[in-house]
Design a protein around this ligand. Sequence first.
Ligand code: FAD
Length: 317
Amino acid sequence: MNPLRPAILAAAASPRMKRVLTGTKVTADIVRRFVPGESRAELAPVVRALLDSGRLISVDYLGENTTDRARAEATVAEYLSLINELAAADMAVGSDGAAVPVEVSVKLSALGQALPGDGPAIATDNLRVVCTKAAEAGVWVTVDAEDHTTTDATLATVRELRPEFPWLGAVLQSYLHRTLDDCAEFAGPGSRIRLCKGAYREPATVAYQRNVEVTDSYLRCLETLMRGTGYPMVATHDPALVLAAERMVAETGRGTGTFEHQMLYGVRDAEQLRLAAAGHAMRVYVPYGDDWYGYLTRRLAERPANLRFFLRALVGR
Ligand code: FAD
């Protein structure tokens, strides 16, 4: 984890920084590296190429922290159209026992979780609509993890909907102190858990701050998931953790169809291809849409090499 990450994420939250960053040509170039398109039309050829290369995909319609009910409903409508298009293009052909090639990833804060009053219930109802369409189309759904203040509500939604949609996945973040317990809860039959390190700015009261602690926690959490009977999704680009996952697979006697690797679009492409060629299920998280600011700043904050660009914007270029 980049030690400057908390400072970058704090700076990125300022409206001035957002104005500066969204108006530059440099930003447009960096956005394209991580976000292949703003529309479904721009997304389609990228998705096709990834699937043709032997990789699986998880498509995320960008957006978060909606405080407008109409916006949350528009996001649901976009997911329904997305799932229709993925299915119509014959991209969503599942097969027995193996990983379903097409998944969508959803942030509950984009579906209304942050709305005043009954936000979590609205988000749950909206997710049910998305899952119903996904079930018809043979597409999986995984609920992204956001900042720690949402974790209880998000996992409550997943618990509520899993009896109806047993393949509904959730994301857990190894930087949170609580996550080993959450992994133990979600390591049971059929449970799909995407384990990542975590991308938000979190206080020391709830999250490990040092790299080594986050990595050690990841190893403990992954071990719990691998020794369980669910379907672990190993979401990391960290070479040591990718290797550790392979060691745990061998130790636990898991077959190839019982877990998958996941990485972000635009990050370690050659490693993605290597894992897919080695016969692993390798899923790429592909975001699209015009609300890319939050996603982009999290990617910049993870990566020291992108800092020069960021700091230039910070001092007003
Ligand atoms: P790091 O130690 O950060 O990175 C290891 C190596 O990977 C780096 O040395 C570098 O070579 C490469 N790398 C990593 N990030 C970048 C980058 N941005 N640009 C270029 N190279 C990079 N986080 C959440 O909080 N909630 C989620 O729902 C969530 N979903 C995710 C889904 C997927 C499929 C993945 C892969 C990640 C997701 N994340 C999510 C982000 C995650 O929490 C980390 O912030 C991110 O993956 C970086 O951590 P890392 O494990 O790759 O290790």
